[in-house]
Write a protein that binds this ligand. Sequence first.
Ligand code: GN1
Ligand code: MG
Length: 366
Amino acid sequence: MTDNLKGIALKFSIEGEIADIKPLGEGFINDTFIVTTVGEEAPNYLFQRKNKNIFKDVPSMMGNILKVTTHLKKKVAAKGGDIMREAMTITPTKTGDLYFKDEEGEFWAMCLFIKDNLTYEAADSPELAYAGGKGIGKFQSMLSDMKEPLVDILPGFHNIRFRFKQWDEVLIKDPAGRKAELTEEIAWVEDRRKEMLEFWTLVEDGTIPTRVTHNDTKINNILFDKEGNDLCVIDLDTVLNSTVLNDYGDSMRSYTNTGLEDDDNLDRVSMDMDIFKAYTKGYLEETVSFLTAFEMEYLAFSARYITFEQVLRFLMDYIDGDNYYKIKAPQHNLIRTHAQYKLLTSMEEQYEQMKQVVSKYSKELS
Ligand code: GN1
Ligand code: MG
């Protein structure tokens, strides 16, 4: 723990005395630490330096998180749940702000660390996938009547029209001189441009509605309890008004992968249908009451959409010279691109079955 880190942590209204501050987790964007306190009485805290290159309006982001967590806590309380464990709690600064801006212009934020939870990097059983589906389903359901609009702090985040605009610009500039070696990979993206844009017009014209959504629902962004039930959805930086399909689709990208997101052995990567079924069942049990027929119709497609978007984003960052995602090796973004593309083709091969699964559960549960 550096003095500087401790100095910044002390700006926040922490109960008890700080024992230690250590790095935590595998996030690609922010720097995350856990602040432990002395003794058993005081809680521990999750402490983050927010990535200001990506989050250009941290004050509004924190405002969004406060609105969402306040709404969630009301809902959790109404059903007799534990508001400190089933929803995130922002820890404000001693002056009552939601973030602290240091002398270098870096933004810091803190929240309570929820004890006795389990987190996973992969969905290793259908039971876990089912619990994850319930978790995201409940999250969306509790927020489905939230009227207050959120600030769009990440314009175009899961908007493929916007992503193609960035893509076209990066390809023209080719800043790292890598484009010439990537003819095959670039074709993977171009071959699907039309289909993906056609889908997105349904969101643009309102056929598919916009709701309060999480937008980063990979498995390590949800806590589970020791009995294997969903406990709390975390990492709320990307809460936005968007389509629920992005959350479902991103979970499918994360949960159903039999390999790693950045697997360098493509034989390990594929879409696991049993995990797909289990998550879909859990998700629809919680959401069928409010989703529209159009939303349900496009659930299976959304898995392909978000996985495609991730192929595009990893490849675009590689072409751009690796400015967005943290990388662990020079070719990391290219390895990620290949692994996500393998997953995408596996979904494409199993698409008819995916649609049947969604259709079966949406009928059974309606
Ligand atoms: C990032 O912050 P983290 O690691 O949970 C990214 C997601 C990507 C994901 C890929 C703000 O999520 O959009 O899907 O990496 N978050 C942002 O693993 O870009
Ligand atoms: Mg995360």
